[in-house]
Design a protein around this ligand. Structure first.
Ligand code: SF4
Length: 178
């Protein structure tokens, strides 16, 4: 039975009937919440580094910082098995199409973190007349979380991953454009 929205200001009885009609949708929303909880706590980042920030990203996965505590330690060697791209380092214009291709090969739902000043805005390589780098990852793809620094420490990347996990749990789609 479909949900019939009453015209004008609904009475209490009409509101009660509306809530009853919408019950199946409420249950579906709960399933979506559970799925989002699972997605948030089992992120699989793609094994992929661009420059010096990648060293900090690798340290984040090592024993001292133990990314496994947050369910994001399973770095995958193929974009088809990954749902998180951590853009760690300078994106040269030569490398930008490769980054785009890897991103396109990752299945939905997928998320990205821009790690470091270079991927956020070009960092120290942004100056008048520069011709070699993409001045920010958002120029080539969607970014869900930004982690500033040059380079950000592993704790900062972990904070970024936790921020992303919170967003995923809330079921936000944060401006999907690609
Ligand atoms: S932000 Fe700093 S550490 Fe990170 S890639 Fe750029 S120059 Fe290297």
């Amino acid at each position: 039975m479909g949900v019939v929205v009453p015209a004008g200001r609904p009475t209490d009885a009409e509101l009660a009937r509306l809530a009853e009609d919408a019950a199946p949708f409420v249950r579906l929303a709960m399933v979506e919440d559970v799925l989002n909880l699972c997605r948030a706590n089992s992120l699989w980042p793609i094994t992929f580094g661009l420059a010096c920030c990648a060293i900090e990203m690798m340290a984040t996965g090592m024993a001292k910082y133990d990314l496994a505590r947050f369910g994001a330690e399973v770095f995958r060697p193929s974009p088809r098995q990954a749902d998180l791209m951590i853009l760690a380092g300078t994106i040269s214009r030569k490398m930008a199409p490769v980054v785009q291709t890897l991103w396109d090969q990752m299945p939905e739902p997928k998320w990205s973190i821009a790690m470091g000043g270079c991927t956020i805005s070009g960092g120290p390589f942004k100056y008048p007349g520069e011709y070699a780098i993409a001045e920010g990852a958002e120029k080539i793809m969607r970014v869900d979380v930004h982690v500033p620094g040059c380079p950000p420490r592993p704790e900062a990347l972990i904070a970024g991953i936790l921020t992303l996990e919170e967003k995923i749990k809330q079921g936000r789609r944060f401006g999907r454009t690609r």
